[in-house]
Design a binder for this molecule. Structure first.
Ligand SMILES: Cc1ncc(COP(=O)(O)O)c(C=O)c1O
Length: 381
């Protein structure tokens, strides 16, 4: 490529920098207030032992091909069967990542005559799938049940003949609040539609036995779920729960599933162990709940912030540059807290995203809240 051809990329990056939106890679440093390793399983000895045992039993690191060819290992199928039992789904399909699973789901299942109604704060991976979908789509106000209803009813009144698909996150990744799942399931059911619940930040953390917040809806065949494995489960991949017919349709039509090397069988073995752990070790969730309550008290008393009720706590500062400066100050103090800016969050809502995990203790939380209060004050809060 010539220098002039590359100059356009430099110009775009310079523009991002001017708006304090430039992204760069930073080393892993400081006390963890930014990972999604909620239950501290990413580095857990039980999973390490399960992986060692799997290697000794000859489970390979690489799958060697697509699931539809030689890449389909028995351990993928064992994981999917166990996950189906656990999450109360007729079938589960294991994907290499949550991003890929969402793209596969939204680009494959909603059909040309259908409507996808998604929360305005839905994750980028769902948006990417919607872009590739033939269905119509509309974004509606965050967690506003009436807006979901109205979007479907208007579409029907305008002659929409297919099925409506409602897309939400059970716990929103950048806000930490919950979707009104029971009401949305009702909206979907009463209009002959489906509800797709991305449980990325709820799996392992919320619901009975850590099975997620959609587990209360498990008997409903119009509810599809996505349980990512890179957050509370500490590994990688995603488990998509869906009716058998839709799973068979995905295997025949989902390009990300068909034309991609199957996930590592070793990773699948690790995820099987992680699912066991979230069932066997409820004390991890109890410890996380206690830390979350403690963080909530700290935020209320030191910063007058209302807690989100989940391990994800946004501290909205508005301006991009200010968010970056405050995050840098906290990083200098030894706390790994990141600034999240548009387009990941809406314009004018740049924030610090505090993520709470079992990788920290109460003393560290108290120290972080104090330093955060100082940083916000020094930077003109
Ligand atoms: C709500 C949500 N869905 C999907 C994903 C993507 O999952 P993965 O990290 O496994 O690709 C994420 C991760 O950022 C997420 O927060």
């Amino acid at each position: 490529m010539t220098v002039t051809a590359l100059a356009r990329y430099e110009a775009t990056l310079a523009g991002l920098e001017r708006k304090s939106r430039l992204r760069t890679l930073a080393p892993r440093q400081g006390i963890d207030f930014s990972s999604n390793d909620y239950l501290s399983l990413a580095n857990c000895s039980r999973i390490a032992k399960a992986l060692t045992a799997a290697i000794e039993r000859g489970i390979p690191a690489g799958s060697g091909g697509s699931r539809l060819l030689r890449g389909n290992h028995w351990v993928h199928e064992a994981l999917e069967a166990e996950a189906a039992m656990m999450f109360g789904a007729e079938r589960v399909l294991y994907f290499g990542s949550g991003f890929s699973a969402n793209v596969a789901l939204f680009s494959t299942l909603p059909q040309r005559d259908d409507l996808i109604v998604h929360d305005e704060l839905i994750h980028a991976s769902v948006r990417e799938g919607i872009l590739a979908s033939k269905a119509e789509s509309v974004a509606v106000a965050h967690n506003d049940i009436a807006s979901f209803e109205a979007a479907i009813d208007h579409w029907r009144a305008d002659g929409g003949i297919g099925s409506p698909w409602i897309a939400v996150e059970s716990i929103y990744s950048m806000d930490g609040d919950r979707a009104p799942l029971a009401a949305l399931a009702e909206v979907a059911a009463s209009r002959g539609g489906y509800l797709i619940v991305d449980e990325a930040h709820a799996t392992g953390v919320f619901g009975p036995g850590g099975r997620g917040l959609a587990s209360e809806l498990r008997s409903q065949s119009n509810v599809l779920t996505l349980h990512t494995c890179g957050k509370a489960l500490g590994l990688s991949g995603a488990l998509m729960g869906l009716p058998d017919v839709l799973a068979r349709y995905m295997v025949n039509r989902a390009r990300n599933f068909i034309y991609s090397t199957a996930p590592s069988p070793l990773m699948a073995a690790g995820v099987r162990e992680a699912l066991q752990i979230i069932g066997d070790e409820p004390e991890r969730r109890e410890r996380l709940d206690a830390l979350r309550d403690f963080l909530g008290d700290q935020l209320r008393s030191k910063l007058s912030i209302t807690p989100s009720g989940s391990p994800i706590q946004p501290v909205i500062v508005g301006d991009n540059a200010r968010a970056v400066r405050i995050a840098a100050r906290l990083q200098n103090d030894g706390f790994d807290i990141r600034a999240i800016r548009p387009p990941t969050v809406p314009d004018g809502t740049a924030r610090l995203r505090i993520s709470l995990t079992l990788n920290v203790n109460k003393a560290q939380i108290a120290a972080m809240a104090s330093r955060l209060a100082v940083a916000l004050e020094k930077d003109g809060a």
